[in-house]
Design a protein around this ligand. Sequence first.
Ligand SMILES: [Zn+2]
Length: 223
Amino acid sequence: MRYLVLLLAVPFAVKAQYKYGIKPVTFSGYLRQVAENPDKELVNLGQFIPGVVLDIRYATTRNFTGEKIYNLPRAYARRPVAEALKRAQQEFALHGAGIKIYDAYRPYSATVKFYEIYRDTTYVASPYKGSRHNRGCAVDITLIDLTTGSELKMPTAYDTFTKQAWAYAPVTDPEAGRNRKLLIEVMHRHGFRVNASEWWHFDFAGWQNFEVLDIPFEELEEK
Ligand SMILES: [Zn+2]
């Protein structure tokens, strides 16, 4: 029955989602790639990184679209990305801080949806290129206090699409400035680069080696 549903669903998906010239890798292609190269595996970060906190906004209505985009609150990233983030978490712990993840791997279909809602590619990825989130090579994160679990003060809230959210925008609150500096410096030491217009977004160096994917979390968990 499941196969029948897939056969019926695929032609519609091609029309609706893949009209921007990108043909993302779907589940069967992904499994073949992982068999050839274990680095391509999407690793469940909630299970892989001790103490990491998930606040997956796109699995709720608390995001800029006001809609629930994901069916499950999950954070996945390719294996080398997950390993680097785990090392960053260890370094943050030396400062009494830990990582909270807002978003990580994002299926390509979600990027198309964001673009069709928002259209401004300063803040949402172009569906003609896809996002580094679609490659399993970007994370949206902030820091929490390891003892209280509460978020450390940052210059803006997540997904604030203003200049105050730029990674190196001047900050009036010195505490927010210090926290942002710690976040960016540690992430840079572990192979990530901050996005110039979003202090919370980090791309993993080498993202070019990973394809755009369109696999819902449900399929990853069925394997
Ligand atoms: Zn992001």
